[in-house]
Design a protein around this ligand. Sequence first.
Ligand code: ADP
Ligand code: MG
Length: 691
Amino acid sequence: MNTLSLADAVEKLPYVGPAYAKRLNKLGIITIEDLIFHFPFRYDDFSLISSINRIQPGETLTIRAKILEFRNEHTRNGKKIQKAVVADNSGSTEIIWFNQPYLSKVLRVGETYQFSGKADWFGRKIVFVSPEYEKTLISNIQSPTSDSLHTGRLVPVYPETYGISSKWLRSRIKAALQIFGEKIEEFLPPEIVKKNNLLSEQEAIRLIHFPENKSQAELSRKRLSFDELFLIQLAGRLRKKDWQKKFSGYQFKIFPAETKKFVDSLPFKLTAAQEKVWSEISADLERKEPMNRLLQGDVGSGKTVVAAIAIYNAFLNNFSSVFMAPTEILATQHYQTLTNFFSPFKIKVELVTSSHRQLNPTEDKSPKIIVGTHALLFKKPPEKVGFIVIDEQQRFGVEQRAQLLKESSEEKIPHLLTMTATPIPRTVALTIFGDLDLSFLNEMPKGRLVVKTWVVPPFKREDAYRWIRKLVKGTSQQAFIICPLIEESETLATSRAAKSEYQQLSEKIFPDLKLGLLHGRMNTTEKDQVIDDFRRGKLDILVSTPVVEVGIDIPKATIMMIEAADRFGLAQLHQLRGRVGRNKIESFCLLFTENSDPKAIKRIKFMESKNIGMELAEIDLRLRGPGEIYGTKQHGFPDLKIASFADLDLIEQTRKAADSLLATDFSLLQNTNSPLNKKLKKYKIIQEISN
Ligand code: ADP
Ligand code: MG
């Protein structure tokens, strides 16, 4: 027993064994340590201890009583129920369970148990229904027993899986803590523990499972949430240091006069925000470390131009640039935009997509601009690429960066700019993207009209259709109709829903109008065709799935109608709404929902009054939590075990702690065997700092 360590396989624990271990693996529990770090997601509060004569119906409580009678009965409809009569000094009561005949083998008449659960009316009697039960050693009912696990206290409830109940987990975790509790190491420096009023790691682990009261549960949750956010941020900072140390970039010279000429050639003046972001980017380009920056800006805030200015400077430094978009349609759109920007300057822009394979390897090696989908990453262009733009990439360029790091055998890598319209509150962004520098375009170009937005109740659907018809029929205006979000990524089900919606609309509702259908299962030629038709005004209405074409730009589209709007995050709705209102014609967004839950409606009603993506994201963060907003996997958010991205104060605290550790005490990180380093590794997020 003494030879076991926390890192050993969980099946080595007494009463676990290979069969349970296999089930535990489904919960991500491989080692004994994993088991100890399997945290409850709530507690049942059974800490109210009562004598039987004082039981009130509706109360959740614990009694300690002797079983006088136990019997299995069959109900009239053939179900089995179990009944027990139990008594303490004050009186007696009845307990029933449903369909648990094995209880007759577990519970013994004449013995005393603790029962925890809810008292309720059953016919005219007050009974206990399916309480938890437990045999405990302590006889004094007034002092809750520290050895009780399932009754008489705050009882932890865990994420479960088939064959692994919370009850089972409780007893195994308790046993594991008895053996290993003392071996849990403190990995935070004492100053951080003290400064932030944290419990010790050992105590936090013990109390998260078996708190004696709510405040202990709260304190342990705080400590363990601190750990998680701290480690994520520290790992991010370390990755950043790593990036800066391992790679050098191409130190560019910035050409202010030429830049001004380029900007003057644009049909508009830059916003102050665009100027500011350009100055942040140009400062990066002048450094010898490669840039690794995330630019956030609402749809239409003008990110592309900023990237174009950087591209122009790369060109003036004799470097090619690569511009990657998530889809071919967007790549084509960017190709056109960039061609317009750069044709007066005689700079070659090339489009590379699966349908337009145009990498001309030998022809000419002069610097140029290569636009394509992110598949470009896996083709080596012949030119010297000094700057890469990753636009609207769902996972914020995580894979792209990884690929670049992997590929780059040479020590120099291009500057990297990732752009997204997904608004993420600054504090959260700083946490998740600790390895990136951040820029925000927090101002829209002047003269943009606010898109008028309404949540439309079901009974007004017909009116809404009539109104849409009036606006688009025989005019140059056009409408998007977005089908419900069924799953995060476009599945067969989503495409099917779009198809049937399209059929229904074109046959029954708008037989007199021209409709088009766009979904992710169409091939590129079909998609291009539909979008082109829509762009040219050959269609009045485009019915589309939500996941296609975030950045698509159709100036004459003035109506955005979204089905089942309550299924979307506010930030997502805002992004979709950004498809309209792109020129000077008044534009509208109609949010349909069949959901009658007042909370759901109140949430999407924020769309009527709020017009800034970041504000909407923050509201959603508070109302729904981050997973719900962004789809965690889709955006490469780390899965949090215990902390929450909505806990902005704790994020701030942990950020300061991580920064101060990096600023003052590097020794903990240099010693690969320090508990902190082991912890970072355990989180699978450390990149060895090779000093
Ligand atoms: P996004 O940030 O969504 O990628 P774009 O870069 O596509 O936005 O810009 C949206 C539209 O706004 C484009 O038509 C672009 O030419 C225009 N635009 C960009 N900057 C400005 C500006 N400062 N003033 C006016 N229009 C601008
Ligand atoms: Mg864009």
